[in-house]
Design a protein around this ligand. Structure first.
Ligand code: ISL
Ligand code: CA
Length: 555
């Protein structure tokens, strides 16, 4: 509340635009988005009013997990371009006052990374300890851990007769962070990217880098294949903090950078332990609580209806726990379905547009840094995939194969349509032309047929579009310090339809009320002040919000 206690930072005042390079814009007709494609769209990106761009991994990779399996941390993926293209893109961003955040994937590398190629050669190879190797137990895996993508988190390697740990796919062996040599390699690599000019990192599953001593068996409910998902032994272990403090010391100190950690399973309390400004380990974390709001006990594929009461609880919990730190604010990313399809209505074009604007308003004006995932600014939706052959994401493909083997293929398919990661990864929709204007060739992943109407060109022409509203919303936030640094307080706590909060700084108050339902919602009290932003036109009904209406008042 006291303005003299504000800790200012550029990354608090900016919004971030997330780009999935493979699907953003293809400059050479091979069906794959690339760095030059991004460079051609820089004016568009700048026009949104964001202050930074986060690129999903652009490093050399065999693409088992679309770039999250890195073969060389210091080379650019051939399909995306060259290091010269990268430097040109970085320059183009900086010229426009935009910063660049790179993805940092160091919980694991590709099994094709030179370190792993060496590591698997023999037990006494100098790189052996770069990864996590163990003897089997009675001819089976060293422990019962399940992986994110395959039944077991262990893979047997003939050459040495030992097993290696991979929390993700078999082609993503986990690095051994206990080994100081690994840590030094990572820090040196990060510093070379910083010296090249990048402004920060988004750190992939950074809270998983330390594993519990002895790698104990998990005791939770086994998966259908008999393994146990054991985040209690691989997430948020005490050593993570030592590593992050070391990293801060060796890489961030003295640099004006921004680092945001992806932290699945972390509670708000743990989240704060990463962003506590006194410790300065990370600037922000990506919480998963909101992203898990429609997941049942067995995980993301057990889809349950989300509810507003729980959403409010999550928001208030994180806003409160991090009130002395800083939150990240997002509705989606490359791993999540499209938010209008997930949380609102796409029944009619009018409702889709309204919903998207309402979601943007609800998220962006909370205390934290808003992240916009490409296509969100035009309200892109989930994709009507026709069958398994339309999919490219290994997570969905592996899940489907396992489910089908159990005779549960149909249920799995329905879950994939709702939550599969390819929903977000389908190409950006630029125009009504062939392939949504994304490529002149054959797109690597199908373009949503609704690109004919939902696309950037159409949105540019329509003054009432989501795109123009997002521009207004971002400007509005950046011009009002109260919306950036002001205190956060939930209002309409018990309301079944309205999501509301206020932001306060010095003598100024903003009140944000959003109807998250498809029917009219009555406010429980009059709101003081002037309505300064709204997602629909027409006369204001003082005490009631139309379906998916959003309003902002200032007093
Ligand atoms: O994508 C998920 C659910 O659909 C998560 O379980 C996801 O695997 C987890 O959040 C970690 O995500 C990150 O690391 C993965 C990569 O596949 C994701 O794209 C990335 O965001 C492994 O590197
Ligand atoms: Ca290309």
């Amino acid at each position: 509340m006291e303005s003299n206690k504000i800790r200012r930072a550029w990354w608090k005042e900016s919004a971030v635009y997330q780009i999935y390079p493979r699907s953003f814009f293809d400059s050479n007709g091979d069906g794959i988005g690339d760095l030059n494609g991004i460079a051609q769209k820089l004016d568009y990106i700048a026009s949104l009013g964001v202050g930074a761009v986060w690129l999903n991994p652009v490093y050399d990779s065999p693409n088992d997990d679309m770039g999250y399996d890195i073969r060389d941390y210091e080379a650019i993926m051939q399909e995306f371009g060259t290091m010269a293209d990268f430097d040109a893109l970085l320059n183009g961003l900086h010229e426009r006052g935009l910063r660049l955040i790179m993805d940092l994937v160091v919980n694991h590398s590709s099994d094709e990374h030179a370190w792993f190629v060496e590591s698997r050669k023999s037990k006494d190879n100098p790189y052996r300890d770069y990864y996590i190797w163990r003897d089997g137990k009675n001819g089976a895996e060293p422990n019962n851990w399940a992986s994110f993508f395959t039944p077991s988190a262990w893979k047997y390697d003939e050459t040495s007769g030992q097993w290696y740990l991979h929390l993700f796919s078999e082609k993503q062996p986990d690095l051994n962070w206990k080994n100081p040599a690994v840590r030094e390699e990572v820090y040196a690599m990060m510093n070379r990217w910083f010296d090249r000019g990048v402004d920060g990192f988004r750190m992939d599953v950074i809270n998983l880098i330390a594993k519990a001593e002895g790698l104990p068996d998990g005791s939770g409910k086994p998966t259908p294949e008999g393994y146990v998902f054991a985040p209690e032994y691989f997430a948020d272990q005490v050593n993570v903090h030592d590593y992050l403090q070391e990293m801060r010391h060796k890489c961030f100190d003295g640099r004006d950078c921004m680092c945001v950690g992806e932290t699945p399973f972390s509670s708000s309390e743990t989240g704060y332990s990463y962003v506590d400004p006194e410790k300065g380990e990370l600037d922000m974390v990506f919480s998963f609580d909101l992203m898990d709001i429609d997941s049942g006990k067995s995980g993301k594929w057990e889809i349950i209806p989300w509810n507003l009461a729980r959403m409010k609880q999550i928001v208030e919990d994180w806003q409160t726990a991090l009130s002395n730190g800083w939150n990240s604010l997002f509705w989606s990313n490359h791993d999540q379905p499209r938010p209008v399809s997930r949380f609102c209505s796409t029944k009619t074009e009018e409702l889709r547009v309204r919903s998207a604007k309402m979601l943007g308003t609800a998220m962006h004006l909370m205390r934290g840094t808003p992240f916009i995932y490409q296509g969100e600014e035009i309200g892109m939706t989930n994709v009507p995939f026709r069958g398994i052959e339309d999919l490219r994401d290994l997570e969905s493909l592996k899940f489907y194969a396992l489910a089908e083997a159990r005779g549960e293929g149909e249920a799995a398919w329905n879950a994939i349509l709702k939550k599969g990661r390819d929903n977000a990864r389908a190409p950006m929709q630029w125009s009504a032309e062939k392939n949504g204007g994304f490529t002149s060739g054959e797109p690597w992943l199908m373009v949503n047929p609704n690109a004919e109407t939902i696309n950037v060109n159409a949105a540019e022409r329509d003054p009432e579009s989501i795109l123009h509203y997002y521009r207004k919303l971002l400007r509005f936030r950046s011009e009002n310090e109260t919306l950036i640094y002001g205190a956060f307080e939930m209002i309409e706590r018990e309301h079944k339809q309205i999501f509301g909060y206020q932001r306060m700084l010095n003598e100024e108050t903003f009140i944000i009320v959003c109807n998250m339902s498809d029917s009219e919602a009555k406010l429980s009290a009059d709101i003081e002040g002037e309505c300064v932003l709204r997602n629909i036109n027409g006369a204001i009904e003082t005490r009631a919000l139309e379906p998916y209406e959003a309003r902002v008042y200032r007093s």
